[in-house]
Each structure stands twice: as structure tokens, then as C-alpha cells.
Design a protein around this ligand. Structure first.
Ligand SMILES: Cc1cc2nc3c(=O)[nH]c(=O)nc-3n(C[C@H](O)[C@H](O)[C@H](O)COP(=O)(O)OP(=O)(O)OC[C@H]3O[C@@H](n4cnc5c(N)ncnc54)[C@H](O)[C@@H]3O)c2cc1C
Length: 423
């Protein structure tokens, strides 16, 4: 039997935020960081653009500005970010406000997928130097709270305090843990949308503002913009019935690399479900599977030019002279309007037209819309205190637990949970 004063499940930013706090404030304590992946650590591996301004990345039912600012300061002390400059902000903001759209001014850094890997190596080395133990490639499988013991695919581990921070991919796993602990939860909010890919010249704002955060009426927003050497990717998810579906996403390598001249970003609509359907996860899974059905097991993609003419995209649409760049993800050419709920599609298309007024060009016929992009960070457990305690000596943090929606929010929520464990 292994015992640790603190066991942290998940080595993403939430887990790391907790680990750094614990090694700093409780030197000498035994700390184990566990991750099912062989290579650490969670979402820092992807693009690694970090936003240091409330409310980006902070669910508003859990965070207010003062608390977020306090914890963001602590995150900055660990990460020492080099904030990117912006230009022409006022011009874009003025155009946006005429349409009732807000362009939020966010402090950002961008390391890129390659830069993120370097950061991870440095962070893990620093933690190990301070005495934390790391177990990569080891998956938590269950919990016995009475014995203060978790099981993994290798052993039983007892804990003084436990933080479970398994990220979005661990969304379902966290629900199993909550069922074991009899923690009440809802997951009635979900973000559904598309990812846009276009030439950088059709979305030139990225030269002025790396990841511009537009908030449109109708709960639509731009999210996770990547440029320079930017790529659209797919993430695999499995439903409760074992069916597979993909959600698209995007990342870029650091600006040190030669670019591919493309930009990608998500247009997401937040959907809040009410009775009788209250599970965002079930809703999202159904949409994901519907998209797989239409795309022969792949996400869908459609050129804006085809969408405007109400015709599906075909392989030819991806070779024509007007459609003059290749998609970075080999998705299936198709018809988004056959796969997407009308309310979501209409809200996003309206916002796209507004965006095209603010940054003219983004609706060029060659622009590609990929579907689906699904964000499942809306598990809402019943927390027992300010520090995300859910059970005696058990805490949750990060995107999977709905305490964050991005890297810095996850760091902040991990630190907030660690403060609770130290009390
Ligand atoms: C392609 C892509 C690009 C992104 N780009 C950005 C970006 O540029 N900026 C930004 O702010 N956010 C970005 N995000 C989102 C960001 O990655 C997340 O918001 C953030 O990583 C959440 O942190 P977390 O610690 O909650 O979870 P994660 O980072 O997902 O970490 C959770 C960890 O837990 C592990 N785990 C899960 N289940 C178990 C288990 N049962 N046992 C042991 N370990 C387990 C996982 O392997 C994982 O390493 C991106 C995400 C993706 C997929």
C-alpha cells in the first residue's frame, strides 16, 4: 500500500497549479501526481496560449473578478508570462460596438504547441526537484472514500487529501467518481460550434491581436484563435455506449517556425438545457454521433461559398481555383446544415456575418467551416466550500469539474483547491 499526503490526479494545468502551491507552502509533504498519459501534461501540450484577464476562462457562477485576479497573480508568479502587445484595438472595438458586439481586451501570451512542451518539461523538472513524485501512464480507476484510498490500473494508493483534475477528457470519469461519492451534479450547459479555417489575409486582425475575443449577442463567441503555423485537429471521444465521435480543435506552433499562412478559430454557442433534457453531455454526444454519421466517421467541413449557395461541399470544392487552400484536417466535405441544430447554426452564421463586417474578408468563399466543435466543461458538482471540496478530503478542479475553461483558469482553480487542502 502506498500513502501520500496529497494525491493529484491529472497533470494538466489544474493539477500543476495545485502541485506548485503544495510544494511551496508545505515543503516536506509527500505529493504524488498521477496521469493516465505517458507524456505529461494535459492541455498545456496544445498551442498554449494563455489568457490572463477575467472573465476569459472563468465560469461566472464560481468566480468573481476579485478572486480571479487574486489567483491569476499567483499563476503569473509561477509562469512569468511575456504578455503580447496589441494594435488597432480601438478601431475594431468601435466597429464591433456598432453591431452590439464586444471585443474584449485580454492579456495574452502564446507559446505554441512546441513552446508548450518546453514549458511542461521545465515545470515537471521543477516539481520533481522540490520533492513531488510523478507517475505517468497510470490511470485512476476508482475511489473508496471511507478508506481514503484510490485504485489505479496498477495499485491502491491512500491519501491524506485528494485532488481529482482529469480535464475535459475525464468528464465522464469524473461523473463516475461523483456517483461513487454520491456527489450531486448537473451538466446542463454545453458549448457547441464550428471551427473556421481561412487564409491569414482574410482575418488580418490576428496580426494586431493574437486571439481576439469577440462576444456576440445570442451567447456566441470566438474562441481559441491560432495563426502562424496553424492546424485544425480532431479529438476523439467515446460515449457511454462505446460509440466514437470527434470534436475538432485547433493549435499552432510557435511563431519561431515558418508559417503556413492560415488562421483557425472556433465560433461557439453556449446552450443551457432545461427539463426534460438536462445532460449537456448526452446532448453533445448525440450531435457528435450525428456528425459522424453524415461524415462517414469523420468531422464535416464545408466551404463558405458552398454554404452560401445551400449546397454541400464535395471533394471538388476542395480543389477549385476559388477554393485555393488545402484544409489542414482531412475531414469529410459535406453539408453542415444537415447535421447541426438550426438554432445553433443560425446564431453562429449571424455572428459570422457580424464578424465579416468588423474584419471584412473572413467570409471569403474559400473559408472552411468544420463541425462539430464541442466543449464539455460544464460538470457542475455540488461543492461543499469555496475551495471546491466535494467530500471529506476530496477536491475537484479544472475543466472537467467545471471550475475553469482554459489553461489559466485551470491553474487558478488548482491553486484555489490546494489552498483548501492546506487549511
Ligand atoms: C487542441 C487543443 C488546444 C487548446 N488550446 C488552448 C489554448 O491555446 N489556450 C487555453 O487556455 N486552452 C486551450 N485548450 C484548453 C486547455 O487545454 C484546457 O482548458 C486545460 O488544459 C484544462 O486543464 P485541466 O487541468 O482541467 O485538464 P487537462 O489539461 O485536460 O489535464 C487533465 C489530465 O488528467 C489526465 N487524466 C484524465 N483522466 C485520468 C484518470 N482517470 N487517471 C489519471 N489521469 C487522468 C489526462 O490525461 C490529462 O493529462 C486547448 C485544448 C485542446 C484540446
Amino acid at each position: 500500500m502506498n500513502y501520500f499526503d496529497f494525491v493529484i490526479v491529472g497533470s494538466g494545468p489544474a493539477g500543476l497549479g495545485a502541485a506548485f502551491t503544495l510544494v511551496q507552502k508545505k515543503p516536506g509533504a509527500s505529493i504524488l501526481i498521477l496521469d493516465s498519459e505517458k507524456y505529461s501534461t494535459g492541455g498545456l501540450r496544445n498551442d498554449c496560449k494563455m489568457n490572463f484577464t477575467f472573465p476569459v476562462g472563468f465560469p461566472l457562477d464560481i468566480w468573481n473578478r476579485d478572486d480571479a485576479d487574486h489567483y491569476l497573480e499567483l499563476v503569473k508568479q509561477i509562469l512569468k508570462p511575456a504578455i503580447l502587445g496589441k494594435s488597432n484595438l480601438k478601431i475594431y472595438q468601435k466597429r464591433a460596438s456598432r453591431l452590439g458586439v464586444e471585443l474584449v481586451n485580454i492579456q495574452q501570451t502564446h507559446l505554441g504547441t512546441d513552446g508548450g512542451l518546453e514549458l511542461i518539461k521545465d515545470l515537471l523538472a521543477a516539481l520533481q526537484e522540490k520533492g513531488a513524485s510523478l507517475a505517468l501512464g497510470e490511470r485512476m480507476t476508482g475511489i473508496d472514500p471511507d478508506r481514503k484510498c484510490i485504485t489505479t490500473d496498477r495499485r491502491d494508493i491512500t491519501y491524506g487529501n485528494l485532488l481529482v483534475a482529469p480535464g475535459r477528457k475525464g468528464f465522464r470519469f469524473l461523473q463516475q467518481v461523483m456517483d461513487s461519492l454520491k456527489v450531486a451534479y448537473v451538466d446542463h450547459i454545453v458549448d457547441i460550434g464550428i471551427r473556421i479555417e481561412t487564409k491569414a489575409e482574410y482575418y488580418p486582425i490576428v496580426k494586431d491581436y493574437y486571439d481576439p475575443k469577440f462576444h456576440f449577442p445570442g451567447k456566441v463567441r470566438t474562441f481559441c484563435t491560432n495563426s502562424g503555423d496553424a492546424h485544425v485537429v480532431q479529438e476523439k471521444y467515446t460515449t457511454v455506449h462505446g460509440e466514437r465521435y470527434y470534436s475538432v480543435n485547433g493549435h499552432a506552433y510557435s511563431s519561431k517556425r515558418d508559417g503556413n499562412g492560415l488562421v483557425n478559430f472556433a465560433m461557439l454557442k453556449t446552450v443551457r438545457l432545461t427539463e426534460p433534457l438536462v445532460s449537456g453531455q448526452q446532448f453533445a454526444e448525440n450531435l457528435g454521433i450525428q456528425a459522424m454519421l453524415m461524415g462517414g466517421g469523420k468531422p464535416l467541413m464545408q466551404r463558405v461559398g458552398d454554404f452560401r449557395l445551400a449546397k454541400r461541399s464535395k471533394m471538388e470544392s476542395f480543389n477549385d481555383d476559388l477554393y485555393h487552400f488545402k484544409p489542414t484536417l482531412q475531414a469529410c466535405p459535406g453539408d453542415l446544415s444537415l447535421a447541426m441544430p438550426s438554432k445553433i447554426l443560425r446564431a453562429i452564421w449571424k455572428s459570422m456575418k457580424q464578424l465579416d463586417t468588423i474584419v471584412p474578408g473572413v467570409l471569403h468563399p474559400s473559408t472552411i467551416m468544420y463541425y462539430p466543435e464541442i466543449k464539455l466543461y460544464a460538470n457542475k458538482p455540488r461543492f461543499l466550500d469555496y475551495h471546491f471540496k466535494v467530500y471529506d478530503s476530496v477536491y475537484f478542479a479544472g475543466d472537467g469539474a467545471g471550475t475553469s475553461r482554459g489553461i489559466t483558469g485551470a491553474w487558478a482553480s488548482g491553486i484555489r483547491a490546494a489552498d483548501g487542502m492546506l487549511k
